[in-house]
Write a protein that binds this ligand. Sequence first.
Ligand SMILES: Nc1ncnc2c1ncn2[C@@H]1O[C@H](COP(=O)(O)OP(=O)(O)O)[C@@H](O)[C@H]1O
Ligand SMILES: [Mg+2]
Length: 406
Amino acid sequence: MDLRAILKKPARFAIGLMSGTSCDGVDAALVRIKGTGRNLHLKFIDATTIPYPLPLRNRLLNQRMSVTDACLLNFELGERFAEAVLEMLQVAKKENLTVDFVASHGHTIAHVPPRGHQASGTLQIGESAVMAERTGLPVVSDFRPRDMAAGGQGAPLAPYADWALFHRSDRVTLCLNIGGIANVTVVPPEFPDVFAFDTGPGNMIIDDTVGLLTRGTQRMDIDGVKAAKGTPIPEFLDYLLGHRYFSLKPPKSTGREEFGAEVYLRDALANRRDHSYEDLLATVTAAVGDSIIDAIERFVKPNHIPTHCVVSGGGAHNITLLDHLRGGLPGLAVNTSDEYGIPSDAREAVAFAILGNETLFGTSANVPAATGAGRPVVLGKITPGGGASTPPAKSGRPKLPALRAD
Ligand SMILES: Nc1ncnc2c1ncn2[C@@H]1O[C@H](COP(=O)(O)OP(=O)(O)O)[C@@H](O)[C@H]1O
Ligand SMILES: [Mg+2]
């Protein structure tokens, strides 16, 4: 179906894809979307996560990734993403639905937002041509570069979707996504008042602490159980909360460049070996919670009176972190997005389905107040669909010498 025909349909079925900084896997969400802009309505249908095997995760996390590694990973992730799409297409088939398009955030391998006069750029991989070829569907991808070309940080991009999903005429809601990085969107009744920023690290520093202290044998503090058994160490908490990012005024965004294990945690943990695993995890978890609470107090409450906080992302499973947030945010009803009909693990994939829909309609979907962009812009690039093929067999391929691409 050509793109004009898709736009004429009363409702579109879309598959959103997200691979976040946690490098845990790719999330896919199947949704129905009606309309665009103010009149957009979304129904969640189903979601899945395809976890990355450890070797793939390690390659994505490799700080010294070569250009060739990035080139190969781009296609490899394209295949993984296509698998997630094909899984959602099975669900659509059972439900007798015809999916119209895929919208993929991709996986960020470098994100350097503008700071002063320094050079900036962003790079997401997960080749959309591979997805289009495997699934036959048009793919909208590469959402961040246009916002950055317009002077923005290229992040956060979920605010548009948060507003579309959660705005109410009688309240201000906070949408808090705790992925590798944590970000908050202030969702007031009117779209021009939407405001958002990255509060700082989320699960990333909890996962990194687990990884470093268990020598890589474990990946996460499941449900925050270990942190619940420990007591935060005051001077370590002060060190963690002393990072300059926390006092920067929004708009701001961050990533592994500032809070990755090498720069933020490795030495700090090595110097505190005499403390227990539980106390160290309790401290890092408290730092995530305190940095979120502090960001809301400092940058949100002076201008807004939020009453509800909708939590999503993998951090919504961390009971210790949620308890910490509830304790530090009295007066706010803190619930997970599951209670609003969007599974917490699917919320970002859902957001990109919404952004892809807006790309097709030519509706601008960045929030300049959140990204710092000079103007509203239409985000994303479109790879046409049509025809589908299975991956070429690996064996039997002629072995060609590596050529330089001129
Ligand atoms: N049951 C759980 N208990 C605690 N943390 C969890 C649980 N499930 C997922 N997580 C955390 O959520 C992370 C993944 O969150 P996600 O929202 O996918 O982040 P990202 O968008 O950065 O990939 C995992 O790395 C882990 O830290
Ligand atoms: Mg993830």
